[in-house]
Design a protein around this ligand. Structure first.
Ligand SMILES: [Zn+2]
Length: 283
């Protein structure tokens, strides 16, 4: 095997860690990583220290590899702050950008779960993750989403999009707000009755354009909180409106059964060939 047909596992991990061992068995893959740092910046005073205090271990879940669950056993350092006037005597080093403080999964796994949850539901995400051998419960998906929503930068442009999304499809719904320019989520609110949206909009009076779904509760909230803002239906919901209008019109205008004449004789029995009636007229 040469360099052109091999994947180098180390290229998927931060430069400051070294892979010591990879253990693969039926239950998954465990990768033993060790920090190779010699210094760290104190999170309290910002001074760089080279003074080791001790080591600590963390177990972090990562994205699966070819359907196998992946756990990282990371051995990292605790450092002593050398600034005598600093209140932080000892601190644990962080693999910034790779995983957060106290997190049990890598940032890339968390990003994947957030994207999945915003496009399906929390319970649906947990079911899909189980199939992919990612160990996570629906409750943990909700916790990740809420934590992410709280850390979202509340600043956004003058153009936003509002839609509902499911914590649990058919049971618990929330409201998601995305920035119209970046398309990134900027807030996750409880419920979809418009009350949480109204409060959020009152604190964001600079917004001028809101695209929304067909829900009248959102329209009412926007009018009450931002009477000057322009409301726009997005293309997806316009399609939905159009399809519903066509279906309603067909249901009203087209008879439930239409005789189709046979080629050699007159009309044939309605029992043998008919056009299906629209769903709305089915019993
Ligand atoms: Zn310090």
């Amino acid at each position: 095997m040469n360099e052109n047909d091999a994947l180098f596992l180390s290229s998927f991990y931060p430069k400051e860690v070294k892979i010591n061992q990879v253990i693969e068995n039926n239950s998954g893959i465990t990768i033993l990583l060790k920090s190779m740092t010699h210094s760290h910046v104190c999170p309290e005073c910002g001074q760089t220290t080279k003074s080791y205090h001790s080591t600590y271990r963390r177990r972090i879940q990562d994205l699966p590899i070819l359907g196998k669950s992946v756990y990282l056993n990371v051995t990292a350092y605790r450092y002593k702050c050398e600034n005598s006037s600093c209140d932080q005597k000892v601190f644990s080093e962080e693999l910034s950008g790779f995983t957060g403080k106290y997190r049990r999964m890598t940032s890339r796994l968390e990003d994947f779960i957030i994207t999945l949850a915003l496009n399906t539901s929390c319970e649906g995400t947990a079911r899909i993750c189980k199939q992919m051998n990612i160990n996570i419960s629906g409750d943990t998906v909700i916790k990740i989403l809420l934590r992410n929503a709280q850390s979202i930068d509340p600043k956004c442009g003058e153009f936003i999009g509002v839609d509902d999304w499911a914590y649990k499809k058919g049971h618990t719904y929330g409201t998601i707000i995305c920035d119209g320019a970046s398309h990134k989520p900027i807030a996750l609110l409880d419920g979809r009755d418009g009350s949480a949206l109204k409060e959020w909009l009152k604190n964001n009076q600079h917004i001028k354009i809101v695209t929304r779904d067909r829900a009248s509760s959102y329209a009412k909230a926007i009018v009450e909180a931002l009477p000057q803002a322009m409301q726009i239906a997005d293309r997806f919901h316009l399609h939905q409106n159009l399809l519903k209008a066509i279906k309603d019109a067909l249901g009203r205008e087209v008879p439930a059964r239409i005789m189709i004449p046979s080629e050699d004789s007159g009309p044939i029995s309605s029992d043998s060939t008919t056009v299906d009636e629209p769903d709305s007229k089915k019993k």
